[in-house]
Design a protein around this ligand. Structure first.
Ligand SMILES: [Zn+2]
Length: 144
Protein backbone atom coordinates (compact mmCIF):
# COMPACT_ATOMS: atom_id res chain seq x y z
CA UNK A 1 0.00 0.00 0.00
CA UNK A 2 1.07 3.58 -0.60
CA UNK A 3 -0.27 6.95 0.51
CA UNK A 4 -1.25 9.34 -2.27
CA UNK A 5 -3.14 12.60 -2.64
CA UNK A 6 -6.36 11.98 -4.53
CA UNK A 7 -8.03 15.30 -5.31
CA UNK A 8 -6.06 16.80 -2.42
CA UNK A 9 -7.05 14.20 0.17
CA UNK A 10 -4.55 11.74 1.60
CA UNK A 11 -5.66 8.18 0.93
CA UNK A 12 -4.05 4.75 0.91
CA UNK A 13 -4.12 2.61 -2.24
CA UNK A 14 -2.39 -0.58 -3.40
CA UNK A 15 1.16 0.08 -4.72
CA UNK A 16 0.18 -0.80 -8.29
CA UNK A 17 -2.62 1.81 -8.56
CA UNK A 18 -2.13 4.69 -11.00
CA UNK A 19 -3.64 8.15 -11.06
CA UNK A 20 -6.04 8.93 -13.89
CA UNK A 21 -4.83 11.92 -15.91
CA UNK A 22 -8.40 13.15 -16.31
CA UNK A 23 -10.31 12.67 -13.04
CA UNK A 24 -7.31 12.36 -10.69
CA UNK A 25 -8.66 9.22 -9.04
CA UNK A 26 -6.46 6.20 -8.39
CA UNK A 27 -7.39 2.98 -10.13
CA UNK A 28 -6.00 -0.52 -10.66
CA UNK A 29 -3.87 -1.03 -13.79
CA UNK A 30 -6.70 -2.92 -15.51
CA UNK A 31 -8.65 0.35 -15.62
CA UNK A 32 -6.04 1.87 -17.97
CA UNK A 33 -6.13 -0.90 -20.54
CA UNK A 34 -8.53 -1.38 -23.43
CA UNK A 35 -8.42 -5.15 -23.08
CA UNK A 36 -8.70 -5.29 -19.28
CA UNK A 37 -5.13 -6.53 -18.85
CA UNK A 38 -2.50 -4.91 -16.61
CA UNK A 39 -0.72 -3.47 -19.68
CA UNK A 40 -1.38 0.28 -19.55
CA UNK A 41 -2.61 1.54 -22.94
CA UNK A 42 -3.90 4.99 -21.90
CA UNK A 43 -3.55 7.46 -19.02
CA UNK A 44 -7.28 7.91 -18.38
CA UNK A 45 -9.30 5.43 -16.34
CA UNK A 46 -12.11 3.24 -17.63
CA UNK A 47 -14.89 5.50 -16.31
CA UNK A 48 -13.37 8.60 -17.96
CA UNK A 49 -12.66 6.77 -21.23
CA UNK A 50 -16.28 6.90 -22.40
CA UNK A 51 -17.05 10.48 -21.32
CA UNK A 52 -17.52 13.44 -23.67
CA UNK A 53 -14.74 15.99 -24.10
CA UNK A 54 -16.81 18.54 -22.12
CA UNK A 55 -17.08 16.10 -19.21
CA UNK A 56 -13.29 15.58 -19.48
CA UNK A 57 -12.68 19.30 -19.17
CA UNK A 58 -14.97 19.48 -16.13
CA UNK A 59 -13.15 16.62 -14.39
CA UNK A 60 -9.72 18.02 -15.30
CA UNK A 61 -10.74 21.38 -13.86
CA UNK A 62 -11.86 19.77 -10.59
CA UNK A 63 -8.55 17.86 -10.43
CA UNK A 64 -6.42 20.95 -11.12
CA UNK A 65 -8.31 23.09 -8.60
CA UNK A 66 -8.16 20.60 -5.74
CA UNK A 67 -5.87 21.81 -2.96
CA UNK A 68 -3.75 19.52 -0.82
CA UNK A 69 -5.31 18.99 2.60
CA UNK A 70 -3.23 19.89 5.67
CA UNK A 71 -2.90 16.17 6.43
CA UNK A 72 -1.53 15.50 2.92
CA UNK A 73 0.86 18.49 3.10
CA UNK A 74 2.19 17.28 6.47
CA UNK A 75 2.58 13.71 5.23
CA UNK A 76 4.56 14.68 2.13
CA UNK A 77 6.67 17.18 4.05
CA UNK A 78 7.60 14.66 6.78
CA UNK A 79 8.32 12.07 4.08
CA UNK A 80 10.70 14.47 2.34
CA UNK A 81 12.50 15.12 5.66
CA UNK A 82 13.13 11.42 6.30
CA UNK A 83 16.30 11.28 4.23
CA UNK A 84 18.05 14.07 6.17
CA UNK A 85 16.69 13.72 9.67
CA UNK A 86 16.41 11.12 12.40
CA UNK A 87 14.26 10.54 15.44
CA UNK A 88 15.56 12.12 18.64
CA UNK A 89 15.33 8.77 20.42
CA UNK A 90 17.50 7.10 17.75
CA UNK A 91 20.08 9.92 17.87
CA UNK A 92 20.31 9.72 21.66
CA UNK A 93 20.74 5.95 21.53
CA UNK A 94 23.56 6.33 19.01
CA UNK A 95 25.20 9.13 21.02
CA UNK A 96 25.08 7.05 24.20
CA UNK A 97 27.24 4.39 22.51
CA UNK A 98 30.12 6.89 22.09
CA UNK A 99 32.93 7.38 24.62
CA UNK A 100 31.75 9.98 27.15
CA UNK A 101 34.54 12.48 26.36
CA UNK A 102 33.98 12.34 22.59
CA UNK A 103 33.07 15.44 20.58
CA UNK A 104 30.24 15.64 18.06
CA UNK A 105 30.42 17.71 14.88
CA UNK A 106 28.95 18.00 11.42
CA UNK A 107 31.27 17.84 8.45
CA UNK A 108 30.93 19.99 5.39
CA UNK A 109 32.55 20.31 2.02
CA UNK A 110 32.11 22.19 -1.18
CA UNK A 111 33.76 25.13 -2.88
CA UNK A 112 32.21 27.69 -0.56
CA UNK A 113 32.71 25.77 2.70
CA UNK A 114 34.93 27.57 5.23
CA UNK A 115 36.82 24.82 7.05
CA UNK A 116 36.13 21.10 7.27
CA UNK A 117 33.29 21.21 9.77
CA UNK A 118 29.88 22.77 9.85
CA UNK A 119 28.39 24.46 12.86
CA UNK A 120 26.76 22.27 15.52
CA UNK A 121 24.57 23.65 18.24
CA UNK A 122 22.04 22.76 20.88
CA UNK A 123 18.80 21.50 19.34
CA UNK A 124 16.95 24.48 17.84
CA UNK A 125 13.33 24.22 16.78
CA UNK A 126 13.07 25.05 13.08
CA UNK A 127 9.63 23.75 12.10
CA UNK A 128 6.42 22.10 13.20
CA UNK A 129 4.70 19.62 10.89
CA UNK A 130 1.40 18.51 12.40
CA UNK A 131 2.30 16.90 15.73
CA UNK A 132 5.98 16.51 14.81
CA UNK A 133 8.51 19.10 16.01
CA UNK A 134 11.57 19.55 13.78
CA UNK A 135 14.90 20.51 15.41
CA UNK A 136 18.24 21.30 13.87
CA UNK A 137 21.48 20.39 15.69
CA UNK A 138 23.86 21.64 13.03
CA UNK A 139 24.23 23.61 9.88
CA UNK A 140 26.34 23.63 6.75
CA UNK A 141 25.65 26.77 4.79
CA UNK A 142 27.55 27.26 1.55
CA UNK A 143 25.74 30.23 0.14
CA UNK A 144 27.53 32.47 -2.28
ZN1 LIG B 1 -10.61 8.95 -14.54
Amino acid sequence: MKKVAELGQLIEVPDSYKECSVCGKFNPMESFSNDGSTKMTRTNCQSCYTLSSQEWENLKSIKQNSKLSQEAQDYFKLNSLKSNSMKVEDLINELLKLPKDSLVLITQDGYYACGDYAEIFNPKKVDQVGEVSIYSIGNSSQNY
